[in-house]
Design a protein around this ligand. Sequence first.
Ligand SMILES: [Zn+2]
Length: 278
Amino acid sequence: MPVDPASALRLCGSGSKTWDVLAIRQGTLSTRRSHVFLNHDVYGEPDGDLEMSYSFWVLRTDDAVIVVDAGMSDQGARSRGRGYERSTATALTELNLRPEDVARVIVSHAHYDHIGGLSDIPGRPVTMAAEEYAFWRSDASRRPLLRSVVDDADLAYLETVAAHNLLTLTTGVQEAAPGVVIIPAPGHTPGELVVLVRTGAGIVVLACDAAHLDEELEDDRPFRHQTDLLAMYESLHLIRSLAQDPAVTAVVTGHDPRVQQRYPHLPGIDHVSVVARR
Ligand SMILES: [Zn+2]
């Protein structure tokens, strides 16, 4: 069922709890435009260099911490030639966070750079879309084009999370915590999620990988990895609809280095951007 952006924003906006939103950069990639945008040759443009960043997000309120995506493992990053600056465990320690301080991890989707660091936050509840979990357990996901962006070890770890009754599988729009709303935004993967967060400055949209780069939103230009192109276009449209609502003060794409340039850094921690305060 298509998501109604206005009702999702109302659900996120009703209540008083607000969150800090921190973007934590974990790695980088210098690549080419033709390697990033799906069927880049169709646009008739010259190729060019393109920088990507790899991040996850920490939401903090007075009495709770939620981590959105768990980042990538050393193995997942290096086997794909990604620059790897720090593990998820190191990044959390630098923020004075222990795994037990994390109330919940929200997983936007199961690609290597979003669940590879889950084992750095052991024993904590994890929320993801039921459709995403089912897809990566299905034979349909075994095709090389789809499998190249997941690691079997990461999927096996998800199975252990489920075996410990720590995996919550969701459908549709859901309030994961007061002021934190997850929205289905499929296309990049079947169960990709976007996260809305209520902050002191308004609602922040974490696009995760429903939009990797600002250009995908600005030019309606899909990313190379997808499982449903039409759904991906619809999810880009959904994010633009959310962005136009006056309640929304920021849209953060999943892999755009502009995020680090746009927001102030935590004092002394250059790789942590403060998107908004509670
Ligand atoms: Zn990603």
